[in-house]
Design a protein around this ligand. Structure first.
Ligand SMILES: Nc1ncnc2c1ncn2[C@@H]1O[C@H](COP(=O)(O)OP(=O)(O)OP(=O)(O)O)[C@@H](O)[C@H]1O
Length: 480
């Protein structure tokens, strides 16, 4: 539960605001003066402060400046009856997260609080104050503060950034933050994932192709470089880029221009490059899989994202954030009991923030009670949770790798109309095998459990060539 401190000398407003925020699921405490506010801060830091401007012992806005200086990560929402532009500008100048003129709609306040919580832990920076550009990066740990410092350093220039970190640590989110906070934010942010595109298509995807450049190229296509013109190009999973494409990319980065596949025109583009990898690129350089010169060209400003297990103090903040987000999206509102937080804190999170996010969404959907206890967390992480997590984390990669493998083994397979059946067949086979095993190889029960017709299952067994000899052995054994 997030903690909100409401400061207002008007008892009626204090009560109404506190009630509304409690209804929205927050833990609310109140103060009627700056002195009481200071006493409350001395005891513990809330997640958000909501304060009036005119208080009996001073000016709330002046006080925001002092609080922001001491606690730069603490979002403050200012409420004021002085509906002047000057008050709004003053509130922004002193670093208030939001300014709401009185009278305000309680829903608007609740939304501002949710926004402030989602922003919690981000560096205090005037650029961040624009609603549209509010950052989704959560975390107050020292490791994340280091990340924020580097982001703050690169938003005002075009230096190339290389983000490394395990899968699900937020690399793409950081890349987007660099774009959104920089001067290129009116132009597009274009992402391309090297692991998701068959190797032979990567160059056409990056640099575009002319009509008729290869089979299937019916029209001229602008590549991602051109699409990102004036903006940011995010090269995800750069460690998966084939050698030839690396050579071409290096040339483009050096010269700022390229020709599309099958084209004679030279295209000049102005893009900022942010690359990311979950592999050890220097090891790939050492083993000759990644060009050393390209590595140095990309690694101008390195950002290393910590694994979630290395910043356990952020787990509670993130967990609450994802539950709030689920509630905002219309899923039931859930809270975590103290022992549930302890349980989350002890888990190792191999899938990092993505795993935590998926678990919170599943809890929002599946948990029976509003307050979730440690036992529920244990059962979700320990059993189906653990395996489902790894599926959530890996399924996209697995399918992409599968497409790549098929393309490598048989390049025609990408065009000959068989790809859908091959990929679905490879995904379906383990599903059927697992379900048959689970139901003692009984086809009727396995089909029912999967929600398909028994005849459909029979046909799929035939098509996929799944051997039922095992089933007969199991059936025989059970009959004996
Ligand atoms: N600090 C954070 N605050 C809030 N949400 C986060 C944070 N880090 C990651 N997430 C969320 O976790 C999920 C995974 O993040 P993201 O896709 O950026 O990770 P990634 O490192 O690029 O993963 P991959 O290597 O698998 O592509 C996203 O839904 C993202 O919004």
């Amino acid at each position: 539960m997030s903690t909100i401190l409401v400061v207002d000398d008007d008892a009626a407003i204090r009560t109404v605001v506190a009630q509304a925020l409690r209804r929205a699921g927050h833990d609310v405490s109140v103060a009627d003066s700056l002195a009481q506010l200071e006493r409350a801060l001395a005891v513990s830091l809330p997640d958000v402060i909501v304060t009036d401007v005119i208080l009996p012992d001073g000016d709330g806005i002046d006080h925001v400046r002092s609080i922001s200086a001491r606690f730069p990560l603490l979002p403050i929402i200012v409420l004021s009856a002085q509906n002047t532009l000057t008050t709004a500008v003053r509130a922004a100048e002193v670093g208030a997260y939001e300014y709401l003129p009185k009278p305000f709609d309680l829903d608007v306040l609740a939304r501002a609080v949710t926004g402030a919580l989602a922003r919690g832990g981000m560096v205090s920076d005037d650029d961040l104050r624009d609603e549209d550009r509010a950052l989704p990066l959560i975390g107050r740990s020292a490791a994340m503060q280091d990340v924020y410092r580097v982001i703050a350093r690169v938003v005002s220039n075009d230096l190339t950034v290389l983000i490394s970190g395990e899968s699900g640590t937020g690399k793409e989110l950081v890349a987007r933050a660099i774009h959104d906070l920089g001067s290129r934010n009116a132009a597009p942010f274009v992402a391309i994932n090297m692991a998701a595109i068959p190797r032979e298509l990567i160059e056409a995807e990056l640099f575009g192709h002319e009509r008729g450049a290869f089979t299937g190229a019916a029209t001229r296509n602008a590549g991602r470089f051109e699409q990102a013109s004036g903006g940011t190009l995010f090269l995800d999973e750069i460690g998966d880029m084939p050698m030839e494409a690396q050579t071409r990319l290096l040339r483009v980065l050096q010269s700022g221009e390229f020709t599309s596949v099958g084209g004679a025109r030279t295209i000049r583009v102005d893009v900022r490059i942010v690359a990311a990898t979950n592999r050890d690129l220097s090891a790939q350089v050492a083993s000759g899989q990644f060009r050393e010169d390209l590595f140095y060209r990309l690694n101008v400003v390195p950002i290393e994202l910590p694994a979630l297990r290395e910043r356990r103090q952020d787990i509670a903040l993130l967990a609450r954030h994802f539950l709030d987000q689920a509630a905002v999206q219309g899923l039931p509102r859930r809270q975590l009991a103290g022992d549930a937080m302890t349980e989350l804190g002890a888990h190792d999170w191999p899938g990092n923030v993505r795993e935590l996010e998926n678990l919170m969404r599943r809890l929002a959907v599946l948990a029976r009670d509003e307050v979730i206890g440690a036992d529920v967390i244990r059962s979700m992480i320990g059993t189906s949770g653990a395996s489902a997590q790894s599926i959530d984390v890996d399924i996209g990669h697995a399918v992409r790798a599968l497409i790549e493998r098929i393309a490598r083994e048989d390049p025609n397979a990408l065009d000959d109309g068989t790809l859908y059946d091959r990929v679905i067949g490879d995904v379906e086979r383990p599903l059927i095998e697992v379900m048959l095993a689970r139901h003692g190889q009984n086809q009727l029960r396995a089909a029912r459990a999967m929600g398909i017709n028994r005849n459909t299952l029979r046909k799929r067994l035939d098509t996929l060539g799944i051997d039922m000899a095992e089933a007969i052995r199991v059936d025989d054994a059970s009959r004996r």
